[in-house]
Design a protein around this ligand. Structure first.
Ligand code: MG
Length: 305
Protein backbone atom coordinates (compact mmCIF):
# COMPACT_ATOMS: atom_id res chain seq x y z
CA UNK A 1 0.00 0.00 0.00
CA UNK A 2 1.23 3.45 -0.86
CA UNK A 3 2.15 5.34 2.31
CA UNK A 4 3.44 8.50 0.74
CA UNK A 5 1.09 9.08 -2.18
CA UNK A 6 0.59 12.72 -1.28
CA UNK A 7 4.31 13.41 -1.10
CA UNK A 8 4.95 11.56 -4.39
CA UNK A 9 2.25 13.46 -6.26
CA UNK A 10 3.50 16.74 -4.90
CA UNK A 11 7.16 16.05 -5.72
CA UNK A 12 6.21 15.19 -9.31
CA UNK A 13 4.21 18.40 -9.63
CA UNK A 14 7.11 20.45 -8.26
CA UNK A 15 9.79 19.07 -10.59
CA UNK A 16 7.48 19.50 -13.58
CA UNK A 17 6.73 23.15 -12.73
CA UNK A 18 10.39 23.86 -11.93
CA UNK A 19 11.36 22.90 -15.49
CA UNK A 20 9.18 25.78 -16.71
CA UNK A 21 11.43 28.09 -14.69
CA UNK A 22 14.73 26.60 -15.86
CA UNK A 23 13.58 26.61 -19.48
CA UNK A 24 12.38 30.23 -19.13
CA UNK A 25 15.88 31.22 -18.03
CA UNK A 26 17.40 29.24 -20.84
CA UNK A 27 15.41 31.35 -23.32
CA UNK A 28 15.88 34.70 -21.59
CA UNK A 29 19.48 34.25 -20.48
CA UNK A 30 20.83 33.31 -17.08
CA UNK A 31 23.69 34.78 -15.14
CA UNK A 32 26.33 32.28 -13.97
CA UNK A 33 28.51 32.46 -10.88
CA UNK A 34 31.32 30.30 -9.49
CA UNK A 35 30.92 28.87 -5.99
CA UNK A 36 33.88 28.53 -3.62
CA UNK A 37 34.33 24.86 -4.69
CA UNK A 38 34.62 26.12 -8.30
CA UNK A 39 31.33 24.54 -9.33
CA UNK A 40 28.92 26.78 -11.25
CA UNK A 41 25.54 28.05 -10.19
CA UNK A 42 23.10 30.09 -12.27
CA UNK A 43 20.15 32.31 -11.52
CA UNK A 44 17.97 29.47 -12.78
CA UNK A 45 19.31 27.23 -9.96
CA UNK A 46 18.22 29.83 -7.41
CA UNK A 47 14.83 30.45 -9.06
CA UNK A 48 14.06 26.73 -9.25
CA UNK A 49 15.03 26.22 -5.59
CA UNK A 50 12.98 29.26 -4.59
CA UNK A 51 9.87 27.87 -6.26
CA UNK A 52 10.25 24.36 -4.82
CA UNK A 53 10.90 25.56 -1.27
CA UNK A 54 8.07 28.09 -1.34
CA UNK A 55 5.61 25.30 -2.21
CA UNK A 56 7.01 22.75 0.26
CA UNK A 57 6.89 25.38 2.98
CA UNK A 58 3.20 25.97 2.29
CA UNK A 59 2.11 22.34 2.00
CA UNK A 60 4.42 20.61 4.48
CA UNK A 61 5.22 23.35 7.02
CA UNK A 62 6.62 20.96 9.63
CA UNK A 63 9.07 19.17 7.36
CA UNK A 64 12.80 19.84 7.12
CA UNK A 65 14.32 21.04 3.85
CA UNK A 66 17.81 20.18 2.66
CA UNK A 67 18.59 22.12 -0.50
CA UNK A 68 21.76 22.60 -2.49
CA UNK A 69 22.07 26.33 -3.03
CA UNK A 70 23.23 28.66 -0.29
CA UNK A 71 25.33 31.39 -1.88
CA UNK A 72 22.81 34.18 -1.63
CA UNK A 73 25.44 36.90 -2.09
CA UNK A 74 25.01 36.31 -5.82
CA UNK A 75 21.41 37.50 -5.67
CA UNK A 76 21.45 41.26 -6.06
CA UNK A 77 18.53 43.52 -6.89
CA UNK A 78 18.89 42.92 -10.63
CA UNK A 79 18.81 39.14 -10.07
CA UNK A 80 15.79 39.45 -7.80
CA UNK A 81 13.96 41.44 -10.43
CA UNK A 82 14.72 38.89 -13.12
CA UNK A 83 13.43 36.06 -10.91
CA UNK A 84 10.28 38.10 -10.24
CA UNK A 85 9.83 38.68 -13.97
CA UNK A 86 10.16 34.95 -14.65
CA UNK A 87 7.54 34.06 -12.03
CA UNK A 88 5.25 36.78 -13.30
CA UNK A 89 5.47 35.69 -16.93
CA UNK A 90 4.83 32.07 -15.95
CA UNK A 91 1.86 33.21 -13.82
CA UNK A 92 3.43 31.73 -10.68
CA UNK A 93 2.55 33.12 -7.30
CA UNK A 94 4.24 36.43 -6.45
CA UNK A 95 7.01 36.17 -3.89
CA UNK A 96 8.16 38.98 -1.68
CA UNK A 97 11.10 37.75 0.36
CA UNK A 98 13.30 35.94 -2.09
CA UNK A 99 16.54 35.25 -0.18
CA UNK A 100 14.77 34.14 3.02
CA UNK A 101 12.73 31.56 1.12
CA UNK A 102 15.69 30.22 -0.87
CA UNK A 103 17.52 29.66 2.43
CA UNK A 104 14.54 28.27 4.34
CA UNK A 105 15.34 24.95 6.05
CA UNK A 106 12.31 24.48 8.30
CA UNK A 107 12.48 22.82 11.69
CA UNK A 108 14.59 19.79 12.43
CA UNK A 109 12.38 16.79 11.57
CA UNK A 110 12.56 13.08 10.78
CA UNK A 111 10.66 14.00 7.60
CA UNK A 112 13.18 15.57 5.22
CA UNK A 113 13.03 16.83 1.65
CA UNK A 114 16.15 17.13 -0.48
CA UNK A 115 16.29 19.47 -3.44
CA UNK A 116 18.70 19.70 -6.34
CA UNK A 117 17.21 22.65 -8.25
CA UNK A 118 19.44 21.94 -11.25
CA UNK A 119 21.57 18.82 -11.33
CA UNK A 120 24.20 19.08 -14.04
CA UNK A 121 24.51 22.86 -14.09
CA UNK A 122 27.44 22.60 -16.53
CA UNK A 123 25.21 20.67 -18.92
CA UNK A 124 22.45 23.25 -18.44
CA UNK A 125 24.85 26.10 -19.25
CA UNK A 126 25.79 24.40 -22.52
CA UNK A 127 22.25 23.48 -23.56
CA UNK A 128 22.87 19.78 -22.82
CA UNK A 129 21.36 17.31 -20.36
CA UNK A 130 20.33 18.41 -16.87
CA UNK A 131 17.77 17.37 -14.29
CA UNK A 132 15.75 18.63 -11.36
CA UNK A 133 15.64 16.19 -8.46
CA UNK A 134 13.57 16.00 -5.30
CA UNK A 135 13.90 13.33 -2.63
CA UNK A 136 11.84 12.66 0.47
CA UNK A 137 13.17 10.68 3.44
CA UNK A 138 11.70 9.61 6.75
CA UNK A 139 14.22 8.68 9.44
CA UNK A 140 16.99 8.93 6.83
CA UNK A 141 15.35 6.24 4.66
CA UNK A 142 14.51 7.21 1.07
CA UNK A 143 10.73 7.03 0.58
CA UNK A 144 9.91 9.10 -2.49
CA UNK A 145 11.73 10.71 -5.40
CA UNK A 146 10.88 12.73 -8.48
CA UNK A 147 13.31 13.61 -11.26
CA UNK A 148 12.51 15.82 -14.24
CA UNK A 149 14.80 15.66 -17.26
CA UNK A 150 13.98 18.30 -19.88
CA UNK A 151 15.15 17.37 -23.35
CA UNK A 152 15.55 13.71 -22.36
CA UNK A 153 17.42 11.84 -25.11
CA UNK A 154 17.36 15.21 -26.90
CA UNK A 155 13.64 14.67 -27.46
CA UNK A 156 11.17 15.66 -24.75
CA UNK A 157 10.55 16.21 -21.07
CA UNK A 158 10.73 12.98 -19.08
CA UNK A 159 9.63 12.72 -15.47
CA UNK A 160 10.66 9.78 -13.32
CA UNK A 161 9.25 8.98 -9.90
CA UNK A 162 9.38 6.24 -7.32
CA UNK A 163 8.03 5.38 -3.92
CA UNK A 164 9.63 2.86 -1.57
CA UNK A 165 8.28 -0.66 -2.30
CA UNK A 166 5.86 0.69 -4.95
CA UNK A 167 8.06 0.55 -8.06
CA UNK A 168 9.31 3.26 -10.38
CA UNK A 169 7.39 5.11 -13.07
CA UNK A 170 8.07 7.45 -15.94
CA UNK A 171 6.09 9.92 -18.02
CA UNK A 172 7.50 10.88 -21.39
CA UNK A 173 6.43 14.01 -23.26
CA UNK A 174 3.57 14.70 -20.81
CA UNK A 175 1.94 11.31 -21.39
CA UNK A 176 0.59 9.14 -18.55
CA UNK A 177 2.96 7.56 -16.05
CA UNK A 178 3.86 3.94 -16.71
CA UNK A 179 5.86 1.51 -14.62
CA UNK A 180 9.48 1.17 -15.70
CA UNK A 181 11.86 -1.75 -15.20
CA UNK A 182 15.57 -2.26 -15.64
CA UNK A 183 16.58 -4.58 -18.49
CA UNK A 184 17.83 -8.13 -18.07
CA UNK A 185 21.14 -7.86 -19.92
CA UNK A 186 23.90 -9.99 -18.45
CA UNK A 187 26.43 -10.00 -21.29
CA UNK A 188 29.33 -7.66 -20.62
CA UNK A 189 29.99 -7.03 -24.34
CA UNK A 190 26.44 -5.69 -24.73
CA UNK A 191 26.52 -3.42 -21.69
CA UNK A 192 25.71 0.24 -22.22
CA UNK A 193 27.62 2.26 -19.65
CA UNK A 194 26.56 5.74 -18.57
CA UNK A 195 29.32 7.99 -17.34
CA UNK A 196 29.74 11.62 -16.45
CA UNK A 197 30.48 14.31 -19.00
CA UNK A 198 32.08 16.86 -16.66
CA UNK A 199 32.95 14.99 -13.47
CA UNK A 200 34.42 11.70 -14.68
CA UNK A 201 37.77 10.25 -13.65
CA UNK A 202 40.04 8.25 -15.99
CA UNK A 203 39.67 5.03 -13.97
CA UNK A 204 36.02 4.67 -14.99
CA UNK A 205 36.64 4.31 -18.72
CA UNK A 206 39.95 2.50 -18.24
CA UNK A 207 38.20 -0.12 -16.15
CA UNK A 208 35.18 -0.34 -18.47
CA UNK A 209 37.32 -0.86 -21.57
CA UNK A 210 39.54 -3.37 -19.81
CA UNK A 211 36.58 -5.61 -18.97
CA UNK A 212 35.24 -5.41 -22.54
CA UNK A 213 32.52 -2.75 -22.38
CA UNK A 214 32.03 -1.22 -25.83
CA UNK A 215 28.99 1.04 -25.60
CA UNK A 216 29.16 4.37 -23.79
CA UNK A 217 26.67 7.12 -22.99
CA UNK A 218 28.31 10.27 -21.67
CA UNK A 219 25.92 12.87 -20.25
CA UNK A 220 25.48 15.17 -17.26
CA UNK A 221 23.10 14.85 -14.33
CA UNK A 222 21.08 12.16 -12.55
CA UNK A 223 19.46 11.35 -15.91
CA UNK A 224 22.06 8.54 -15.94
CA UNK A 225 20.28 6.81 -13.06
CA UNK A 226 17.00 7.21 -14.98
CA UNK A 227 18.49 5.54 -18.07
CA UNK A 228 19.48 2.52 -15.98
CA UNK A 229 16.04 2.46 -14.31
CA UNK A 230 14.13 2.45 -17.62
CA UNK A 231 16.52 -0.05 -19.23
CA UNK A 232 18.14 2.05 -21.97
CA UNK A 233 21.43 1.67 -20.09
CA UNK A 234 22.71 -1.23 -18.02
CA UNK A 235 25.34 0.35 -15.86
CA UNK A 236 26.39 3.71 -14.41
CA UNK A 237 29.74 4.16 -12.71
CA UNK A 238 30.24 7.36 -10.74
CA UNK A 239 33.48 8.41 -9.06
CA UNK A 240 32.99 10.12 -5.70
CA UNK A 241 34.93 12.44 -3.50
CA UNK A 242 34.23 13.44 0.05
CA UNK A 243 33.59 17.08 -0.69
CA UNK A 244 30.94 16.39 -3.31
CA UNK A 245 28.80 13.60 -1.89
CA UNK A 246 25.47 15.12 -1.16
CA UNK A 247 22.09 13.58 -0.52
CA UNK A 248 20.39 15.82 -3.11
CA UNK A 249 22.73 14.42 -5.80
CA UNK A 250 22.23 10.72 -5.13
CA UNK A 251 19.12 9.93 -3.12
CA UNK A 252 16.62 10.33 -5.98
CA UNK A 253 18.77 8.26 -8.37
CA UNK A 254 19.42 5.58 -5.77
CA UNK A 255 15.68 5.11 -5.15
CA UNK A 256 14.63 5.23 -8.80
CA UNK A 257 17.08 2.47 -9.80
CA UNK A 258 16.31 0.21 -6.84
CA UNK A 259 12.55 0.59 -7.29
CA UNK A 260 12.90 -0.27 -10.99
CA UNK A 261 14.50 -3.57 -9.96
CA UNK A 262 18.15 -2.54 -10.21
CA UNK A 263 20.90 -2.22 -7.66
CA UNK A 264 22.97 0.71 -6.35
CA UNK A 265 26.01 0.26 -4.12
CA UNK A 266 29.39 1.78 -3.51
CA UNK A 267 32.53 0.04 -4.82
CA UNK A 268 32.57 -2.21 -1.74
CA UNK A 269 29.05 -3.44 -2.47
CA UNK A 270 27.61 -1.46 0.44
CA UNK A 271 24.31 0.37 0.07
CA UNK A 272 24.43 4.15 0.16
CA UNK A 273 23.27 5.81 3.35
CA UNK A 274 21.99 9.31 3.81
CA UNK A 275 22.38 11.52 6.82
CA UNK A 276 20.87 14.96 6.30
CA UNK A 277 22.88 16.51 3.44
CA UNK A 278 25.60 13.85 3.47
CA UNK A 279 25.61 10.78 1.26
CA UNK A 280 27.64 8.16 3.12
CA UNK A 281 29.73 5.50 1.41
CA UNK A 282 32.65 3.22 2.26
CA UNK A 283 34.54 3.39 -1.06
CA UNK A 284 34.72 6.39 -3.41
CA UNK A 285 32.53 5.26 -6.29
CA UNK A 286 28.95 4.28 -7.06
CA UNK A 287 27.86 1.35 -9.20
CA UNK A 288 24.24 1.51 -10.35
CA UNK A 289 23.10 -1.34 -12.57
CA UNK A 290 20.23 -3.49 -13.74
CA UNK A 291 21.03 -5.74 -10.76
CA UNK A 292 21.88 -8.80 -12.86
CA UNK A 293 25.43 -7.58 -13.42
CA UNK A 294 26.05 -5.84 -10.10
CA UNK A 295 27.98 -8.68 -8.45
CA UNK A 296 29.99 -9.42 -11.57
CA UNK A 297 30.99 -5.76 -12.05
CA UNK A 298 32.04 -5.43 -8.41
CA UNK A 299 34.12 -8.63 -8.64
CA UNK A 300 35.78 -7.43 -11.84
CA UNK A 301 36.48 -4.04 -10.29
CA UNK A 302 38.30 -5.59 -7.34
CA UNK A 303 40.16 -8.10 -9.52
CA UNK A 304 41.50 -5.24 -11.63
CA UNK A 305 42.85 -3.15 -8.75
MG1 MG B 1 22.61 21.44 -8.54
Amino acid sequence: MSRFKKELKFAVKLVRKATEITEWFRKHGFESFLKSDQSPVTLADFASQLYIISKLKQHFPNDEIIAEEENFEFIDLKAENLIKRCFNELSFERLKIIKEIIGFKGKSSERQWTIDPIDGTKGYQKGLSYAIGIGFMVKSTPRVCAIAVPNYNEKFLAIFSAEENQGAQASYDDKDFKLIRVNQNEVIQNIRLCHSLHYDQPWVLNFAKKIGIKHFIQIDSMAKFCMVAEGTADLYIKPLDENHSFTWDFMPGDLIVREAGGDVTDLNGEYLKFKKEKCIWTAPGIIASNGNIQKKILELYHKNQ
